[in-house]
Design a protein around this ligand. Structure first.
Ligand code: PEP
Ligand code: MG
Length: 883
């Protein structure tokens, strides 16, 4: 129940090193002591005691009381002082320490054991009355605040008045007598506030502090923090009681915090702050400006007050030795608290330090070079999502931000430019050299050219898988979606963002990493794809089993994805090619045609265009598998809406505007996402899929002829629910293939497969697999259809769902493994049972999400596919999943 550390304690019970038993602080203190580092002796009361205390009537049982008495005796023997001894008192600190460090809990009480008598003893033995009375007033102040619950402002006020009356600036200017007078005042504050005197009995003080640490586990603040950070409520906190060492014993004493490497850059340089003649809380409280640890850091900052290296060379030398020992022992960057008492160094805490993405990458790679860790451990240590910060230009962290509104961080990176309110304006302005931000209520496929022309996209509506978000991520354009503070007036071409009135042409900046919309141009810094990134990626690639492909539909995106390491295309959404300004008219003629003959006429215009699209892509992707999906979206989405569009169409077809409008009205759908889309288009209008299959095969044959090497086309039929749909459409694809091969005198390999994006397809996967050589899980639609939640409308209500714990995370971002995951697993099993060598992949947005990727590894998918900028994230996540 109580573990001793330091002094000549044994440290041989493995439970003492178990953070769930002794907490992070306790386990590490024991570990430091056991490797011979200078740790003031002390003891840890276990988390189990805390849970027992909280579950019972909040009293301390006799077992605990006698274990603590023994443990105090251990400290007394080690330091040669006695707790409560009026002539030479032992003083202790009492600190909380859960397994996971947790702001919100009681932190620290220092100098416990002081009272009106022992303070005189401390003054005598230290030969420094000022130090003794300063320590006592700190104790009364801290104990009254954190244990007794007296408002700390009352004490600070009293101290300020004393300083003002005497014309002092710093606390260190107060004399022993002035501190003594303040202590009396502090004690009468306690008497007035509580109607009881400040406790003088050191035993009562100790048990009061232990109880306060236990109780702090159950405070509202701590509970809220645990809920927000997924920390279980049944872990409890440990209590650490430790002999005091004093950083406030004059100018040969000091206290500080340090990192063994720079947590911002990862540079191998000691990094930290210290204060001479101070106790721990002074460094964080900001009363005095802390000084630099090293001479180099002081000089680089142009600061005057001496660094620790210069002011206390011996203690600093010892600290540097300890830093190296700790890094060697823990094999990671450490975050440390220390105190120097009259020239002697003492260690008070160590733990793995928090770090930026850049630092995490550099440290992981450096530590492999230094022989501290293996490549595998380096791969494990870097958070894949953190790579995102490194791949896009980011806002200069030191720049000022005037934030107008905040939306969803839909696609990362920073973008700045002039506001434009429609896609055509975006294109025109960017052609004349302006940088523009496209601001829309929401985007539709018709806006693609404007999104491409823009630096970034801002929408008032739509979630993380809305059209704007998906397309922006695919293009690598920063995007903030669903910013409800944005309202647009198309007529006056003005808008309001937050409380700011703006007009087209005004400048704004987007931060796609946190969803902020800012006024004006905020400066950016370029991504640093330094050598460390490449090195870590090579290690990750050696360790992963799954392949990583990309979702891409232009040669540029394909090229970028290959630079990021993509090993093929997992999803080419051919509809994106249909919205190109040059051909939307032909697409509309095809859709609005009355009969097959009319449709075929329009499709003839589209064939050469599609063939050119595929040729461009295949030339970049030679030798690699390329999944091309035949037309998927509801025809509804292509319909003209503006009068001008109808007039253009009338000119092109010779049909009247009224006729065209009537036809468009007939094609209107109430629920297009469950309407005339996916393979239903291929079944009802087979000529569309025929044209697309022909374009694909002609393009592959052409690339095969020109470069001697073709990609492997994998032709994918979307939204299949039944085996018969796939059977019919695969026969169509095979027939077109044979026609083209005969015409070209050239054969190429190809596969035909389907998406699994409807629950019925997952259920019937065993039958469907008879007709398809691969399955690609379209988890965007599979999530939408399984949950019955519209992917385009969910932003409005999913956030509260996540807050209330109904979903752990947005299911369109991170796969609902419990629910949708079952369908994926079942379909994979049933598909393999029919066709053991069936190729299995995922191409929904989840293919770029590390938690979902781990699930894909577990169910044995062959590959994941993600938008180009997410490819490195997926490579690292796939490696971690395989470890
Ligand atoms: C899907 O549904 O998961 C998918 C990849 O297709 P889309 O996002 O184009 O509907
Ligand atoms: Mg889909």
């Amino acid at each position: 129940t109580v573990y001793h550390f330091g002094g000549n304690a044994a440290h041989d019970d493995p439970r003492q090193g178990d953070k769930t038993v002794t907490g992070g602080k306790g386990a590490n203190l024991a570990e430091m002591a056991s490797i011979g580092l200078p740790v003031p002796p002390g003891f840890t009361i276990t988390t189990e005691q805390c849970l027992e205390y909280l579950a019972g009537d909040k009293t301390f049982d006799n077992g605990l009381r006698s274990a603590v008495a023994d443990a105090v005796a251990h400290i007394e023997r080690s330091v040669g002082k006695t707790f409560g001894d009026a002539s030479d008192p032992l003083l202790v600190s009492v600190r909380s320490g859960a397994a996971i460090s947790m702001p919100g809990m009681m932190d620290t009480v220092l100098n416990l054991g002081l009272n009106d008598e022992t303070v005189e003893g401390l003054a005598n033995t230290s030969g420094d009355a000022r130090f003794a009375w300063d320590s006592y007033r700190r104790f009364v102040q801290m104990y009254s605040d954190v244990v007794l619950g007296v408002d700390h402002g009352l004490f600070e006020e009293a101290l300020e008045i004393t300083k003002e009356d005497n014309g002092y600036y710093a606390d260190t200017e107060l004399s022993a007598d002035e501190w003594r007078a303040l202590v009396s005042e502090f004690k009468s504050i306690v008497q007035t506030e509580l109607g009881e005197p400040f406790p003088q009995d050191p035993q009562a003080q100790l048990w009061g502090a232990i109880g306060a640490v236990f109780d702090s586990w159950d405070t509202d603040r701590a509970k809220i923090y645990r809920r927000l950070n997924d920390i279980p409520h049944d872990m409890g906190t440990a209590v650490n009681v430790q002999a005091m060492v004093f950083g406030n014993m004059g100018d040969t004493s000091a206290t500080g915090v340090a990192f063994t490497r720079d947590p911002a850059t990862g540079a191998r340089a000691y990094y930290g702050e210290y204060l001479i003649n101070a106790q721990g809380e002074d460094v964080v409280a900001g009363i005095r400006t802390p000084q630099y640890l090293t001479k180099d850091a002081r000089e680089a900052a142009g600061a005057k007050p001496l660094s620790m290296e210069e002011a206390m060379p011996d203690a600093y030398g010892e600290l540097a030795r300890v830093f190296d020992l700790l890094e060697g022992h823990y094999r990671d960057m450490q975050d440390i608290e220390f105190t120097v008492e009259r020239g002697k160094l003492w260690m008070l805490q160590t733990r793995s330090g928090k770090r930026t993405a850049k630092a995490a990458l550099k440290m992981a790679v450096d530590m492999v070079g230094e022989g501290l860790i293996e490549e595998q451990e380096a791969v494990r240590r870097v958070d894949p999502m953190a790579l995102d910060q490194l791949l896009h230009p980011t806002l200069d962290p030191s720049a000022e931000r005037n934030v107008l509104a905040t939306g969803l961080p839909a696609s990362p990176g920073a973008a700045a430019g002039k506001i434009v309110l429609d896609a055509d304006t975006a294109e025109q302005w960017s052609q004349r050299g302006d940088k523009v931000i496209l601001v829309r209520v929401e985007t539709s496929p018709e806006d693609i050219h404007g999104m491409h022309a823009a630096q970034g996209i801002l929408t008032a509506r739509g979630g993380m898988t809305s059209h704007a978000a998906v397309v922006a991520r695919g293009m690598g354009r920063p995007c903030v979606s669903g910013a409800s503070g944005v309202t647009i007036d198309r007529k006056t071409r003005t808008l309001r963002i937050g409380s700011q009135e703006l007009k087209e042409g005004d400048e704004i900046t987007l931060d796609g990493a946190n969803g902020q919309v800012m006024l004006g141009i905020v400066p950016t810094v370029k991504p640093e794809l330094a050598g460390d990134f490449g090195t870590l990626m090579v290690w990750a690639d050696k360790l992963r089993r799954m392949k990583v492909r990309t979702n891409a539909e232009t040669p540029d995106d394909c090229r970028m994805a290959r630079q990021f390491g993509a090993e093929g295309i997992g999803l080419c959404r051919t509809e994106h090619m249909f919205f190109d300004a040059g051909r939307i008219s032909a697409v509309r003629q095809m859709i609005l045609a009355e009969d097959e003959k009319g449709r075929r006429k329009a499709l003839e215009m589209l064939l050469p265009e599609q063939r050119a699209d595929f040729t461009g892509i295949f030339e970049v992707m030679t030798g690699l598998p390329c999944t091309i999906r035949l037309l998927d979206p509801p025809l509804h989405e292509f319909l003209p809406t503006q009068d001008a569009d109808f007039e253009d169409l009338a000119d092109a077809t010779g049909l009247g505007v009224d006729h065209l409008k009537r036809r468009a009205g007939e094609l209107h759908e109430f629920n297009p996402m469950l309407g005339h889309r996916g393979c239903r288009l291929g079944i009802t209008f087979p000529e569309i899929y025929e044209m697309q299959a022909r374009a694909i095969f002609e393009a592959v044959c052409a690339v095969q002829k020109s470069s001697g090497e073709a990609p492997l086309p994998e032709i994918m039929i979307p939204l299949v629910a039944t085996k018969r749909e796939l059977e019919l459409l695969r026969a169509l694809v095979d027939r077109v293939a044979e026609e083209v091969f005969a015409e070209q005198g050239e054969r190429v390999d190809y596969l035909v497969g389907t998406m699994i994006e409807l629950p019925r397809a997952a259920l019937m996967a065993g039958e469907i697999a008879h007709h398809g050589e691969f399955f690609s899980f379209g988890t965007n639609d599979l999530t939408q259809t399984t949950l019955g939640v519209s992917r385009d409308d969910s932003a409005r209500f999913l956030a509260p769902y996540v807050d209330k714990g109904i979903f752990p995370r947005d299911p369109f971002v991170s796969l609902d493994i419990d629910g949708v995951g079952q369908l994926v697993e079942m379909a994979a099993e049933r598909g393999r049972a029919t066709r053991p060598d069936i190729k299995l992949g995922i191409c929904g947005e989840h293919g770029g999400d590390p938690a979902s990727i781990a699930f894909c590894e577990k169910v044995g998918l062959d590959y994941v596919s993600a938008s180009p900028y997410r490819v490195p994230i997926a490579r690292l996540a796939a490696a971690q999943a395989a470890l």
